[in-house]
Design a protein around this ligand. Structure first.
Ligand SMILES: C[S@@+](CC[C@H](N)C(=O)[O-])C[C@H]1O[C@@H](n2cnc3c(N)ncnc32)[C@H](O)[C@@H]1O
Length: 413
Protein backbone atom coordinates (compact mmCIF):
# COMPACT_ATOMS: atom_id res chain seq x y z
CA UNK A 1 0.00 0.00 0.00
CA UNK A 2 1.44 3.41 -1.01
CA UNK A 3 1.80 6.39 1.32
CA UNK A 4 -1.41 8.10 0.17
CA UNK A 5 -3.48 4.92 0.56
CA UNK A 6 -1.94 4.32 3.98
CA UNK A 7 -3.07 7.83 5.01
CA UNK A 8 -6.59 7.11 3.72
CA UNK A 9 -6.63 3.80 5.54
CA UNK A 10 -5.54 5.38 8.85
CA UNK A 11 -8.11 8.16 8.34
CA UNK A 12 -10.87 5.60 7.93
CA UNK A 13 -9.75 3.58 10.98
CA UNK A 14 -9.75 6.68 13.20
CA UNK A 15 -13.11 7.72 11.73
CA UNK A 16 -14.58 4.37 12.76
CA UNK A 17 -13.33 4.92 16.31
CA UNK A 18 -15.06 8.31 16.34
CA UNK A 19 -18.43 7.10 15.11
CA UNK A 20 -18.37 4.27 17.63
CA UNK A 21 -18.17 6.77 20.50
CA UNK A 22 -21.40 7.76 22.18
CA UNK A 23 -22.84 10.89 20.54
CA UNK A 24 -22.15 13.12 23.56
CA UNK A 25 -18.45 12.24 23.51
CA UNK A 26 -17.94 13.31 19.91
CA UNK A 27 -16.10 16.63 19.84
CA UNK A 28 -15.98 19.41 17.25
CA UNK A 29 -12.44 18.27 16.37
CA UNK A 30 -13.76 14.73 15.79
CA UNK A 31 -16.38 16.09 13.40
CA UNK A 32 -13.75 18.08 11.52
CA UNK A 33 -11.58 14.98 11.36
CA UNK A 34 -14.45 12.97 9.86
CA UNK A 35 -15.13 15.65 7.27
CA UNK A 36 -11.52 15.73 6.17
CA UNK A 37 -10.55 12.08 6.44
CA UNK A 38 -13.42 9.63 6.09
CA UNK A 39 -13.44 8.38 2.51
CA UNK A 40 -14.92 4.87 2.81
CA UNK A 41 -13.01 2.14 1.04
CA UNK A 42 -13.67 2.50 -2.73
CA UNK A 43 -10.43 1.74 -4.58
CA UNK A 44 -8.46 1.38 -1.36
CA UNK A 45 -7.79 -2.33 -1.39
CA UNK A 46 -7.29 -4.49 -4.49
CA UNK A 47 -10.75 -5.06 -5.98
CA UNK A 48 -12.28 -2.93 -3.28
CA UNK A 49 -15.15 -1.46 -5.16
CA UNK A 50 -17.30 -1.11 -2.03
CA UNK A 51 -20.55 -0.47 -3.91
CA UNK A 52 -18.88 2.26 -5.95
CA UNK A 53 -17.91 4.28 -2.88
CA UNK A 54 -15.64 6.87 -4.50
CA UNK A 55 -16.37 10.13 -2.72
CA UNK A 56 -16.47 13.40 -4.64
CA UNK A 57 -13.81 16.10 -4.13
CA UNK A 58 -15.47 18.99 -2.20
CA UNK A 59 -14.55 21.50 -4.96
CA UNK A 60 -16.69 19.59 -7.48
CA UNK A 61 -19.66 19.40 -5.10
CA UNK A 62 -19.31 23.12 -4.35
CA UNK A 63 -19.28 23.95 -8.06
CA UNK A 64 -22.58 22.12 -8.55
CA UNK A 65 -24.15 24.17 -5.77
CA UNK A 66 -22.70 27.44 -7.06
CA UNK A 67 -24.41 26.74 -10.36
CA UNK A 68 -27.72 25.41 -9.03
CA UNK A 69 -28.42 27.71 -6.09
CA UNK A 70 -29.56 30.71 -8.16
CA UNK A 71 -32.03 28.43 -9.98
CA UNK A 72 -33.72 26.94 -6.91
CA UNK A 73 -36.76 28.22 -5.02
CA UNK A 74 -36.62 29.20 -1.35
CA UNK A 75 -36.76 26.26 1.06
CA UNK A 76 -35.86 23.89 -1.73
CA UNK A 77 -36.37 20.18 -1.21
CA UNK A 78 -33.21 18.32 -2.15
CA UNK A 79 -32.44 14.62 -2.59
CA UNK A 80 -28.92 13.13 -2.39
CA UNK A 81 -29.73 9.47 -3.21
CA UNK A 82 -26.25 7.94 -2.60
CA UNK A 83 -24.81 10.31 -0.05
CA UNK A 84 -21.57 8.61 1.01
CA UNK A 85 -20.25 10.78 3.84
CA UNK A 86 -22.31 13.75 2.70
CA UNK A 87 -19.80 15.76 0.64
CA UNK A 88 -22.70 17.30 -1.28
CA UNK A 89 -24.46 18.41 1.91
CA UNK A 90 -21.62 20.71 2.92
CA UNK A 91 -22.65 23.53 0.57
CA UNK A 92 -26.39 22.90 0.25
CA UNK A 93 -28.59 26.04 0.50
CA UNK A 94 -29.00 27.05 4.15
CA UNK A 95 -32.80 27.07 4.09
CA UNK A 96 -33.13 23.82 2.11
CA UNK A 97 -34.45 20.51 3.40
CA UNK A 98 -32.11 17.73 2.36
CA UNK A 99 -32.94 14.03 2.26
CA UNK A 100 -29.80 11.88 2.07
CA UNK A 101 -29.94 8.15 1.40
CA UNK A 102 -26.96 5.85 1.86
CA UNK A 103 -26.69 2.07 1.75
CA UNK A 104 -23.49 1.73 3.75
CA UNK A 105 -24.20 2.04 7.46
CA UNK A 106 -20.86 3.65 8.41
CA UNK A 107 -21.17 6.30 5.70
CA UNK A 108 -24.82 6.94 6.64
CA UNK A 109 -23.75 7.44 10.28
CA UNK A 110 -21.03 9.90 9.27
CA UNK A 111 -23.50 11.91 7.19
CA UNK A 112 -26.01 11.90 10.03
CA UNK A 113 -23.39 13.13 12.50
CA UNK A 114 -22.07 15.89 10.26
CA UNK A 115 -25.19 17.35 8.70
CA UNK A 116 -28.64 18.55 9.56
CA UNK A 117 -30.58 16.42 7.07
CA UNK A 118 -33.10 13.63 6.87
CA UNK A 119 -30.61 10.75 6.61
CA UNK A 120 -32.01 7.41 5.51
CA UNK A 121 -29.79 4.35 5.82
CA UNK A 122 -30.97 2.08 3.04
CA UNK A 123 -31.45 1.46 -0.63
CA UNK A 124 -32.30 4.47 -2.82
CA UNK A 125 -34.61 2.31 -4.92
CA UNK A 126 -36.93 1.82 -1.95
CA UNK A 127 -37.38 5.60 -1.81
CA UNK A 128 -40.52 6.38 -3.76
CA UNK A 129 -41.29 10.08 -3.42
CA UNK A 130 -42.19 11.01 -6.98
CA UNK A 131 -42.34 14.45 -8.62
CA UNK A 132 -41.35 15.85 -5.25
CA UNK A 133 -37.84 17.33 -5.09
CA UNK A 134 -36.62 20.67 -6.45
CA UNK A 135 -33.23 19.13 -7.12
CA UNK A 136 -31.48 15.78 -7.02
CA UNK A 137 -27.71 16.01 -6.74
CA UNK A 138 -24.79 13.67 -6.17
CA UNK A 139 -22.41 11.15 -7.58
CA UNK A 140 -24.19 7.81 -7.88
CA UNK A 141 -22.18 4.56 -7.92
CA UNK A 142 -20.93 3.60 -11.39
CA UNK A 143 -20.59 0.24 -13.02
CA UNK A 144 -22.24 -1.93 -10.41
CA UNK A 145 -25.47 -3.81 -10.74
CA UNK A 146 -28.48 -2.77 -8.67
CA UNK A 147 -31.74 -4.62 -8.17
CA UNK A 148 -34.93 -4.25 -6.20
CA UNK A 149 -38.37 -5.85 -5.95
CA UNK A 150 -40.63 -4.84 -8.81
CA UNK A 151 -43.74 -3.15 -7.46
CA UNK A 152 -45.48 -2.55 -10.78
CA UNK A 153 -44.06 0.94 -11.33
CA UNK A 154 -43.09 1.66 -14.94
CA UNK A 155 -39.36 1.99 -15.65
CA UNK A 156 -38.03 2.75 -19.13
CA UNK A 157 -34.32 2.07 -18.83
CA UNK A 158 -34.22 -0.69 -16.20
CA UNK A 159 -35.23 -4.24 -17.12
CA UNK A 160 -37.62 -6.49 -15.26
CA UNK A 161 -36.70 -10.14 -14.67
CA UNK A 162 -38.35 -12.63 -12.36
CA UNK A 163 -40.21 -10.08 -10.32
CA UNK A 164 -37.19 -7.84 -9.91
CA UNK A 165 -35.96 -4.65 -11.50
CA UNK A 166 -32.31 -5.02 -12.39
CA UNK A 167 -29.88 -2.64 -14.07
CA UNK A 168 -26.60 -0.79 -14.19
CA UNK A 169 -26.27 1.55 -11.23
CA UNK A 170 -25.73 4.85 -13.04
CA UNK A 171 -28.62 4.18 -15.43
CA UNK A 172 -31.00 3.23 -12.63
CA UNK A 173 -29.95 6.19 -10.46
CA UNK A 174 -30.64 8.66 -13.28
CA UNK A 175 -34.08 7.24 -13.99
CA UNK A 176 -34.78 7.28 -10.25
CA UNK A 177 -33.66 10.95 -10.08
CA UNK A 178 -35.92 11.92 -13.00
CA UNK A 179 -38.86 10.23 -11.31
CA UNK A 180 -38.06 11.90 -7.96
CA UNK A 181 -37.66 15.50 -9.15
CA UNK A 182 -40.69 17.68 -9.92
CA UNK A 183 -41.27 19.18 -13.39
CA UNK A 184 -38.99 22.22 -13.65
CA UNK A 185 -36.60 20.77 -11.03
CA UNK A 186 -32.92 20.06 -11.64
CA UNK A 187 -30.69 17.01 -11.59
CA UNK A 188 -26.93 17.45 -11.31
CA UNK A 189 -24.87 14.28 -11.12
CA UNK A 190 -21.24 13.30 -11.53
CA UNK A 191 -21.37 10.47 -14.07
CA UNK A 192 -19.12 8.32 -16.24
CA UNK A 193 -18.59 9.71 -19.75
CA UNK A 194 -19.57 6.35 -21.24
CA UNK A 195 -23.19 7.16 -20.60
CA UNK A 196 -23.12 9.55 -23.54
CA UNK A 197 -22.29 6.85 -26.08
CA UNK A 198 -22.28 3.33 -24.50
CA UNK A 199 -24.81 0.80 -25.77
CA UNK A 200 -25.74 -0.04 -22.20
CA UNK A 201 -27.30 3.40 -21.79
CA UNK A 202 -29.26 3.50 -25.05
CA UNK A 203 -32.69 3.21 -23.43
CA UNK A 204 -31.71 5.77 -20.84
CA UNK A 205 -30.69 8.30 -23.49
CA UNK A 206 -34.08 7.85 -25.13
CA UNK A 207 -35.80 8.24 -21.76
CA UNK A 208 -33.84 11.44 -21.10
CA UNK A 209 -34.69 12.79 -24.53
CA UNK A 210 -38.38 12.27 -23.69
CA UNK A 211 -38.35 13.70 -20.18
CA UNK A 212 -35.59 16.24 -19.49
CA UNK A 213 -33.97 19.32 -20.96
CA UNK A 214 -30.23 19.08 -21.23
CA UNK A 215 -28.68 22.07 -19.49
CA UNK A 216 -24.96 21.35 -19.42
CA UNK A 217 -22.25 18.73 -19.77
CA UNK A 218 -18.92 19.47 -18.12
CA UNK A 219 -16.20 16.96 -18.84
CA UNK A 220 -13.71 16.45 -16.03
CA UNK A 221 -10.06 15.40 -16.32
CA UNK A 222 -8.79 11.95 -15.29
CA UNK A 223 -7.15 13.25 -12.09
CA UNK A 224 -10.46 14.52 -10.64
CA UNK A 225 -10.83 11.38 -8.52
CA UNK A 226 -7.09 11.01 -7.87
CA UNK A 227 -7.67 11.17 -4.08
CA UNK A 228 -9.62 7.91 -4.18
CA UNK A 229 -7.32 6.19 -6.65
CA UNK A 230 -9.43 6.15 -9.81
CA UNK A 231 -8.96 7.82 -13.18
CA UNK A 232 -12.31 6.97 -14.75
CA UNK A 233 -13.48 9.61 -17.28
CA UNK A 234 -16.30 11.59 -15.70
CA UNK A 235 -18.64 14.45 -16.46
CA UNK A 236 -20.99 16.66 -14.52
CA UNK A 237 -24.35 16.39 -16.21
CA UNK A 238 -27.01 19.00 -15.44
CA UNK A 239 -30.57 18.28 -16.51
CA UNK A 240 -33.92 19.94 -15.93
CA UNK A 241 -37.11 17.88 -15.80
CA UNK A 242 -39.59 18.92 -18.45
CA UNK A 243 -43.35 18.90 -17.92
CA UNK A 244 -45.14 15.70 -19.01
CA UNK A 245 -47.02 17.63 -21.68
CA UNK A 246 -43.88 19.02 -23.38
CA UNK A 247 -43.72 17.69 -26.94
CA UNK A 248 -40.77 16.56 -28.98
CA UNK A 249 -40.50 18.89 -31.94
CA UNK A 250 -38.27 19.18 -34.98
CA UNK A 251 -35.51 21.78 -35.08
CA UNK A 252 -36.41 24.94 -36.93
CA UNK A 253 -32.94 25.36 -38.41
CA UNK A 254 -32.21 22.48 -40.73
CA UNK A 255 -28.81 23.51 -42.02
CA UNK A 256 -26.22 24.37 -39.45
CA UNK A 257 -22.89 25.86 -40.37
CA UNK A 258 -19.63 25.70 -38.51
CA UNK A 259 -16.12 26.86 -39.21
CA UNK A 260 -14.97 23.30 -38.47
CA UNK A 261 -17.68 21.68 -40.52
CA UNK A 262 -16.86 18.04 -40.99
CA UNK A 263 -19.57 17.07 -43.44
CA UNK A 264 -22.25 18.44 -45.71
CA UNK A 265 -24.65 21.21 -44.83
CA UNK A 266 -27.61 18.89 -44.83
CA UNK A 267 -26.67 16.82 -41.78
CA UNK A 268 -29.82 17.35 -39.75
CA UNK A 269 -32.03 16.37 -42.64
CA UNK A 270 -30.37 12.95 -42.58
CA UNK A 271 -31.88 12.26 -39.18
CA UNK A 272 -35.26 12.31 -37.67
CA UNK A 273 -34.00 14.69 -34.98
CA UNK A 274 -36.37 16.02 -32.35
CA UNK A 275 -35.95 17.87 -29.07
CA UNK A 276 -38.37 18.75 -26.30
CA UNK A 277 -39.99 22.14 -26.83
CA UNK A 278 -38.14 24.59 -24.60
CA UNK A 279 -34.77 22.90 -25.16
CA UNK A 280 -32.17 25.66 -25.22
CA UNK A 281 -28.78 25.33 -26.89
CA UNK A 282 -26.86 22.88 -24.71
CA UNK A 283 -23.77 24.10 -22.86
CA UNK A 284 -20.56 22.07 -22.97
CA UNK A 285 -17.24 22.54 -21.28
CA UNK A 286 -14.10 20.52 -20.91
CA UNK A 287 -11.92 21.15 -17.89
CA UNK A 288 -8.26 20.34 -18.43
CA UNK A 289 -7.00 21.43 -15.01
CA UNK A 290 -9.12 20.57 -11.99
CA UNK A 291 -6.78 22.27 -9.51
CA UNK A 292 -4.51 19.30 -8.75
CA UNK A 293 -2.41 16.90 -10.79
CA UNK A 294 -2.43 13.11 -10.93
CA UNK A 295 -0.21 12.95 -7.84
CA UNK A 296 -2.58 15.21 -5.93
CA UNK A 297 -0.25 18.25 -5.98
CA UNK A 298 -2.06 21.59 -6.24
CA UNK A 299 -1.61 23.16 -9.67
CA UNK A 300 -2.97 26.75 -9.62
CA UNK A 301 -1.92 27.30 -13.24
CA UNK A 302 -3.38 30.82 -13.30
CA UNK A 303 -1.45 31.66 -10.09
CA UNK A 304 -4.52 33.41 -8.73
CA UNK A 305 -5.97 30.67 -6.51
CA UNK A 306 -8.84 30.26 -8.94
CA UNK A 307 -9.61 26.90 -10.50
CA UNK A 308 -11.20 26.29 -13.89
CA UNK A 309 -14.38 25.27 -12.04
CA UNK A 310 -14.47 28.74 -10.43
CA UNK A 311 -13.99 30.24 -13.88
CA UNK A 312 -16.95 28.26 -15.24
CA UNK A 313 -19.33 29.35 -12.50
CA UNK A 314 -19.41 32.80 -14.08
CA UNK A 315 -20.97 31.36 -17.26
CA UNK A 316 -23.81 29.97 -15.20
CA UNK A 317 -24.44 33.08 -13.17
CA UNK A 318 -25.26 34.97 -16.28
CA UNK A 319 -29.02 34.82 -16.69
CA UNK A 320 -28.52 32.31 -19.44
CA UNK A 321 -25.96 29.75 -20.50
CA UNK A 322 -25.76 30.87 -24.08
CA UNK A 323 -22.79 33.21 -23.70
CA UNK A 324 -22.49 35.60 -26.54
CA UNK A 325 -18.87 34.68 -27.01
CA UNK A 326 -19.68 31.00 -27.36
CA UNK A 327 -20.04 30.14 -30.99
CA UNK A 328 -22.94 27.70 -31.40
CA UNK A 329 -21.90 24.49 -33.08
CA UNK A 330 -23.26 21.63 -35.03
CA UNK A 331 -24.21 19.03 -32.42
CA UNK A 332 -21.49 16.50 -31.83
CA UNK A 333 -23.64 13.65 -33.04
CA UNK A 334 -23.01 15.13 -36.45
CA UNK A 335 -21.49 12.40 -38.59
CA UNK A 336 -22.70 9.57 -36.38
CA UNK A 337 -24.47 6.96 -38.47
CA UNK A 338 -27.10 5.68 -36.10
CA UNK A 339 -28.27 8.12 -33.52
CA UNK A 340 -31.01 6.97 -31.17
CA UNK A 341 -31.39 10.10 -29.12
CA UNK A 342 -30.33 13.55 -30.18
CA UNK A 343 -29.19 14.51 -26.82
CA UNK A 344 -25.69 14.70 -25.60
CA UNK A 345 -22.20 15.19 -26.70
CA UNK A 346 -20.68 11.90 -27.61
CA UNK A 347 -17.80 12.93 -25.48
CA UNK A 348 -15.06 12.69 -28.02
CA UNK A 349 -12.47 15.32 -28.67
CA UNK A 350 -13.09 15.60 -32.38
CA UNK A 351 -16.48 17.29 -32.38
CA UNK A 352 -16.62 20.73 -33.94
CA UNK A 353 -17.42 22.52 -30.70
CA UNK A 354 -14.48 21.01 -28.87
CA UNK A 355 -12.05 21.75 -31.65
CA UNK A 356 -13.16 25.34 -31.95
CA UNK A 357 -13.18 25.84 -28.17
CA UNK A 358 -9.68 24.41 -27.80
CA UNK A 359 -8.41 27.16 -30.11
CA UNK A 360 -10.61 29.94 -28.73
CA UNK A 361 -9.87 29.24 -25.06
CA UNK A 362 -6.29 28.02 -25.28
CA UNK A 363 -5.44 28.94 -21.68
CA UNK A 364 -8.78 28.38 -20.05
CA UNK A 365 -11.70 26.02 -19.93
CA UNK A 366 -12.80 24.88 -23.35
CA UNK A 367 -16.49 25.71 -23.71
CA UNK A 368 -19.09 25.92 -26.40
CA UNK A 369 -22.80 25.68 -27.12
CA UNK A 370 -24.44 23.12 -29.32
CA UNK A 371 -27.51 24.02 -31.25
CA UNK A 372 -30.64 22.02 -30.63
CA UNK A 373 -33.90 23.50 -31.85
CA UNK A 374 -32.38 26.23 -33.94
CA UNK A 375 -30.00 29.08 -34.52
CA UNK A 376 -32.18 31.69 -32.83
CA UNK A 377 -35.03 31.64 -35.31
CA UNK A 378 -38.62 31.34 -34.20
CA UNK A 379 -40.51 28.19 -33.24
CA UNK A 380 -44.24 28.11 -32.71
CA UNK A 381 -45.37 27.25 -29.22
CA UNK A 382 -48.88 27.67 -27.85
CA UNK A 383 -49.83 29.70 -30.89
CA UNK A 384 -46.98 32.14 -30.20
CA UNK A 385 -43.60 32.64 -31.83
CA UNK A 386 -40.68 31.96 -29.48
CA UNK A 387 -36.98 32.27 -30.17
CA UNK A 388 -35.04 29.01 -30.11
CA UNK A 389 -32.44 30.87 -28.01
CA UNK A 390 -35.02 31.98 -25.45
CA UNK A 391 -34.08 30.78 -21.97
CA UNK A 392 -37.41 31.89 -20.45
CA UNK A 393 -39.28 29.47 -22.65
CA UNK A 394 -38.67 26.56 -20.23
CA UNK A 395 -39.93 28.64 -17.30
CA UNK A 396 -43.08 29.53 -19.24
CA UNK A 397 -43.73 25.85 -20.00
CA UNK A 398 -43.25 24.91 -16.34
CA UNK A 399 -45.36 27.83 -15.01
CA UNK A 400 -48.25 27.07 -17.38
CA UNK A 401 -48.19 23.41 -16.42
CA UNK A 402 -48.23 24.15 -12.68
CA UNK A 403 -50.99 26.69 -13.23
CA UNK A 404 -53.08 24.13 -15.11
CA UNK A 405 -52.63 21.61 -12.26
CA UNK A 406 -53.79 24.22 -9.74
CA UNK A 407 -56.82 25.08 -11.89
CA UNK A 408 -57.72 21.41 -12.25
CA UNK A 409 -57.54 21.03 -8.47
CA UNK A 410 -59.82 24.06 -8.02
CA UNK A 411 -62.41 22.68 -10.42
CA UNK A 412 -62.22 19.23 -8.87
CA UNK A 413 -62.49 20.65 -5.34
C1 LIG B 1 -19.61 7.29 -5.82
S1 LIG B 1 -20.04 7.18 -4.11
C2 LIG B 1 -20.52 8.83 -3.88
C3 LIG B 1 -20.80 9.26 -2.49
C4 LIG B 1 -21.20 10.74 -2.38
N1 LIG B 1 -22.40 11.01 -3.17
C5 LIG B 1 -20.09 11.61 -2.88
O1 LIG B 1 -20.24 12.17 -3.94
O2 LIG B 1 -19.07 11.72 -2.21
C6 LIG B 1 -21.54 6.24 -4.20
C7 LIG B 1 -22.22 5.92 -2.87
O3 LIG B 1 -23.42 5.21 -3.16
C8 LIG B 1 -23.67 4.25 -2.15
N2 LIG B 1 -24.64 3.29 -2.71
C9 LIG B 1 -24.40 2.24 -3.54
N3 LIG B 1 -25.58 1.64 -3.88
C10 LIG B 1 -26.56 2.32 -3.24
C11 LIG B 1 -27.98 2.19 -3.20
N4 LIG B 1 -28.61 1.23 -3.87
N5 LIG B 1 -28.70 3.07 -2.46
C12 LIG B 1 -28.06 4.07 -1.76
N6 LIG B 1 -26.72 4.24 -1.77
C13 LIG B 1 -25.98 3.39 -2.50
C14 LIG B 1 -22.27 3.72 -1.85
O4 LIG B 1 -22.23 3.12 -0.57
C15 LIG B 1 -21.44 5.00 -1.94
O5 LIG B 1 -21.36 5.64 -0.69
Amino acid sequence: MGKADRKRWDGNVKSLEIINKSKNDITKEDMQFLKENYTSSGGLLPNSFANGAFHTPPAVAKFIWDVLKPRLPEKAKILEPSAGSGVFLEHSPEDSKVTAIELDSTSAKVTDLLYDAEVIEGDAFNHKRRNYYDAVIGNPPFGISVEWEDDGEEWQAVNKTKGKRKGKSEVAFIEHAIKSVKPGGYIAFVLPMGLAYGNYAKKLRKYMLDTVWQVATIMLPAETFQHVGTSVATQILILRKATPNARLIEPVTKKWGSNFRRGGWDDITNYDATFLEGQTPAYFAKINDIGWDKKGRMTDLGEDGETQLDELVRDFLDDNLMRENLYPHIPSWHGIKECDAFFFSHGNDTCDGYRDASLTFRDGVYRWNELTLGAGDEATWNGEEVSTFDFDWQDQIVDEYIHSLENNKKFAG
